[in-house]
Write a protein that binds this ligand. Structure first.
Ligand code: C2E
Ligand code: MG
Ligand code: MG
Length: 726
């Protein structure tokens, strides 16, 4: 500045400059140059920084850049692009780009490249599979052609790896396809409000998506499961993250159907449930086909009856049950007589119709719990369960059903327009426990069936000949029993009952004087009479005669104190008007009610305890007394027994006969006596035969007895003589 003002303040000289002046100018020039140089350096540094920044940006950009010349050769490529292509930059430069494209995409690239070159200045993008090492990746190419005048000299490409996007896109596509799969899908929020359902779900439920969204799954509740079931289910989903099982739901049309459901809880990153996804598979068809398979495996397709396989299964179970409840069952092997000739004469179609009708008739002949099965051909096996705990009774029942079957199968059949008559032959064997194997049982029934064939067909036979005879005898007895009352074949026997040697009365015991067989003991015909209902008129007859006898005894001083004990059976006692009948009889004969004692067994009482108590009280009120017969042989609960107004306990003769022989029975006798005393009940012992038994009983406080020692059961006249009553 100083130089400048100096310079301005002096007169310009036209004369040559002084050396000093020149030196000064030089200096100024030099300074100016230095300044320019500095400026230049600074600019260069700025430029360099900017260049480096640009280079960094270019080389390490998140996308790859490369330039191709018009032949498609790589003339420039950044590091990112080289890394995407998995090679050193040097190896890529001057290489033809086509070499990096998956062969299947090369033709397309060629067309695209040509197309880009023809449309100057237009940006284009497309997707290709490019090579990276040994594999390929999805690449997106954004191409910008660079012009030089009318010529394109360069194609600048931005390269992006879009494999991830592609994968995500594919997953979405898969998810979308999966969502529309065969299985019903329902998505709810954490409050179980339905957000989305798929087609399959609407197909299964019958509701449209619009009807479902916003609802809760309670809409499908069929009422088949308790609330506890759903509570457990949701507890499991929330605890373990999922649940699966079978649920019965209701469709919109009201149908209830089974489905297999898997519920999964979807949780956020904090572990809080945000959604529930339910997969629902309608399994009604599967269940139906399972049922069909079962039907094919276990049932005969022609008659729909259980086949041999199912029969064997059920027989196995029946044997187990019979060993638990000690009741006999029976197998009835049924073979149609002359079935073959029907097939030969009328054809197999008619044979099939006959078999179907036989099946229907057999079903109608048995109880619901029994099994009617077809073994094949014209052979059927009927299995009867829980018939009775006595073999003979069971056999009689099996025989009754066998006869019912014979009668039913003897009825004419209508086979299309043919009337046809057929008969069966039946073989029967009883079973209980695991006495015989299943095969043996079937063989026995089969053998018995051949016995029936040999006996002329259209009949039944038991495997066991003794059994057959017993059953036949019983059948004959049954037939005769029907007329026994009318033919006046019954007679009353009297057996003395005494206290301290004094006759207090008698037990009335029934006898049947059979015209051919002579006297038949009550144990043989009373159970039969019970079975066929004849016990009611017979029991009535006994009571009437007992009352008539009491009336006679009442007329004489010597006998008016005598009491009669009458056995009453369960069926007789459980008649609705039993008490009325007893009252009427006492009244008709003007008999003092306290002369009549009714004996019945523990089992009778427990058939219907409430009714028994009422009836007993009614009769007791007028003076009738009660004795428990055969005490100790039933399995009665003592608690119940004490609630019943019994006057007397009758110790069963099986215990009495063991007095002094079997220690346990001796103790039982003592216990029963003690118990009766404590309950304030009278006690009587039946079946005393020896002096030793009597002494023992008296010693322990039982002073009333009945038995051969003091008198057998005998007809009235004999009894009166025997007791010195006349
Ligand atoms: P119950 O009522 O226990 O009768 C006692 C049975 O033992 C009688 O057999 C009697 O003759 C027999 N008995 C009595 N003392 C002795 C003895 O010292 N030794 C032996 N070995 N036996 C003796 P019974 O007359 O054959 O009667 C059998 C069963 O038949 C009776 O058992 C009773 O349950 C039933 N019963 C008899 N008569 C009738 C009746 O009129 N109606 C009903 N419902 N059942 C009757
Ligand atoms: Mg008795
Ligand atoms: Mg008895």
């Amino acid at each position: 500045m100083a130089n400048q003002s100096n310079h301005q303040g002096q007169q310009p000289r036209t004369t040559s400059k002084t050396e000093q002046e020149l030196l000064h100018e030089l200096r100024v020039h030099q300074i100016e140059l230095e300044m320019q140089n500095e400026e230049l350096l600074r600019t260069r540094a700025v430029l360099e920084t900017s260049h480096n920044r640009y280079l960094n940006l270019y080389e390490f950009a998140p996308v790859g850049y490369l330039s191709l010349n018009s032949e498609g050769t790589i003339i420039e490529i950044n590091l990112t692009a080289a890394a995407l292509l998995g090679e050193e930059r040097n190896c890529l430069l001057n290489r033809h780009f086509t070499g990096l494209i998956m062969p299947e995409d090369c033709d397309r690239w060629y067309l695209l490249f040509k197309n880009v070159l023809q449309h100057e200045g237009e940006k284009k993008n497309f997707e290709l599979m490019l090579k990276r090492g040994d594999s390929y990746f999805n690449a997106r190419l954004d191409c910008l052609p660079i012009m030089n005048g009318a010529h394109i000299i360069l194609l600048r490409i931005t390269l992006t790896d879009i494999s991830e996007n592609k994968r995500a896109e594919q997953e979405l596509r898969i998810a979308a396809v999966a969502f529309e799969a065969q299985e019903g899908i329902m998505i709810t929020n954490a409050d179980k409000t339905i957000l989305r359902v798929n087609r399959a779900f609407t197909d299964i439920t019958g509701y449209s998506a619009e009807e479902l969204i916003g609802q809760t799954p309670r809409l499908f509740n069929s009422g088949r499961h308790h609330t506890a079931f759903y509570a457990d289910m949701w507890e499991c989903v929330n605890r373990t993250g999922s649940w699966q099982g079978e649920i019965w739901d209701r469709r919109k049309n009201g149908d209830i159907y089974p489905k297999w459901v898997t519920i999964t809880a979807v949780k956020d990153s904090n572990g809080v449930v945000t959604h529930y996804v339910g997969l629902h598979t309608d399994i009604s068809a599967r269940k139906a086909s399972e049922e069909k398979i079962k039907q094919l495996a276990y049932y005969d397709p022609l008659t729909a009856l259980p086949n041999r396989r199912l029969l064997l299964d059920r027989l196995k179970q029946a044997l187990a049950t019979s060993s638990r409840n000690n009741k006999y069952g029976a197998l009835l092997f049924i073979d149609l007589d002359n079935f073959k000739s029907l097939n030969d004469n009328l054809g197999h179609d008619m044979g099939d119709i006959l078999l179907q009708q036989v099946a229907q008739r057999l079903i109608a002949c048995v109880r619901e719990g029994d099994t009617v099965s077809r073994q094949g051909g014209d052979e059927f096996v009927v299995m009867l369960e829980e018939l009775d705990d006595h073999a003979e009774e069971a056999a009689a029942k099996a025989k009754t059903i066998g006869e019912k079957i014979i009668t039913s199968l003897n009825q004419p059949y209508q086979l299309s327009h043919h009337q046809y008559q057929n008969t069966p032959s039946i073989g029967i064997t009883l079973f209980i426990n695991h006495q015989y194997s299943i095969n043996t049982l079937l063989k026995r029934a089969d053998i018995a069936m051949y016995g029936a064939k040999a006996a002329g067909r259209n009949t039944l036979r038991f495997f066991d000949r003794d059994m057959h005879e017993a059953v036949t005898t019983r059948a004959a007895l049954e037939a005769d029993l029907h007329f026994a009352l009318a033919k006046n074949q019954f007679q009353l026997y009297f057996q003395r009952q005494a206290r301290n040697d004094q006759t207090i009365g008698a037990e009335v015991l029934l006898r049947w004087k059979h015209p051919e067989r002579g006297f038949i003991a009550p144990l043989e015909f009373i159970p039969l009479a019970e079975d066929i209902g004849l016990i009611i008129p017979i029991g009535q007859w006994v009571l009437e005669n007992a009352c008539a006898q009491l009336k006679q005894w009442q007329a004489h001083q010597q006998t008016q104190h005598l009491q009669l004990a009458v056995n009453v059976s369960a069926r007789q006692f459980h008649q609705a008007d039993f008490t009325e009948k007893v009252c009427a009889m006492l009244k008709k004969n003007a008999v003092k009610a306290d002369r009549l004692k009714l004996e019945f067994t523990e089992t009778l009482v427990f058939d219907n305890i409430a009714e028994t108590i009422i009836k007993m009280h009614t009769l007791r009120k007028i003076g009738v007394s009660f004795s428990i017969d055969d005490f100790g042989t039933g399995y009665s609960s003592l608690i119940y027994l004490t609630q019943l107004p019994f006057d007397q306990l009758k110790i069963d003769q099986s215990f009495v006969s063991n007095i002094g022989i079997k220690h346990a029975d001796t103790v039982i006798v003592q216990t029963i006596i003690g118990m009766a005393n404590n309950l304030g009940m009278d006690i009587i012992a039946e079946g005393i035969e020896t002096q030793e038994q009597r002494t023992f009983l008296e010693l322990h406080g039982c002073h009333t007895y009945q038995g051969h020692l003091i008198g057998k059961a005998m007809p009235l006249a004999e009894f009166e003589r025997f007791c010195d009553l006349k």
